[in-house]
Design a protein around this ligand. Sequence first.
Ligand code: SAH
Length: 226
Amino acid sequence: MWTARVFTLYPEIFPGPLNKGLYGRALGKKTWNLEVVNIRDSAEDKHKTVDDTPFGGGSGMLLKPDILGKSIDSNIKKGEKIFYLSPRGKKLDQKIAKKLSKEKTINLVCGNFEGIDERIVRARNMEEISIGDYILSGGEIASFVVIDSVLRLLPNVLGNDKSKNDESFENGLLEYPQYTKPQIWEKKSVPEVLLSGDHAKIKDWRLSQSEAITRDRRPDLWQKYK
Ligand code: SAH
């Protein structure tokens, strides 16, 4: 069973959005597993201190390496990969999501405040993953994003296993436009070809739409696709 173990100071916000719909059902059926570790449980003083000020000055607080280290070491199993959600990390994409879906367990460390002490990132060999070029207040929402992107790749989580192969990025292209009923809405009809029943023609049309949209909106993806 694919497992995400999340290290956080806010355990109460999990599973949160991961408990909805098919993901929630799959969680209930143990198709996947979520373990949430409260970093604060590893604090040692009576105030349950987890953070401190940065050496060298500067604003904000950093998660202490001793506390985080204790939390990690008493919860992970040998051989498991540890990922730190961080704006400095490799940017999450479909390829990384696929790679993560092949692991048995992923450990996700959520920073807070100004981040975490650099030594533990290295000492525990963490791989850093970013969800984009902006700064969040904590790693929790980023961990939801990472887990969501993996869950839809796991077998038996989404009802229709084929649907995920048609999505944007699967073939390096953005998705073609899609339409549903009613066939005419606000005097606008859906593209004729989709009503033709000619599956080869529909496939061609969709590919050409995907290509046009990708060329237009994402020159970076288009360069790689060509
Ligand atoms: N001082 C840090 C930012 C800390 S933000 C810096 O400038 O790099 C606080 C926490 O939010 C981080 O420790 C990280 O876990 C999380 N976080 C912020 N932005 C993120 C992003 N784009 N992707 C993933 N995690 C992020």
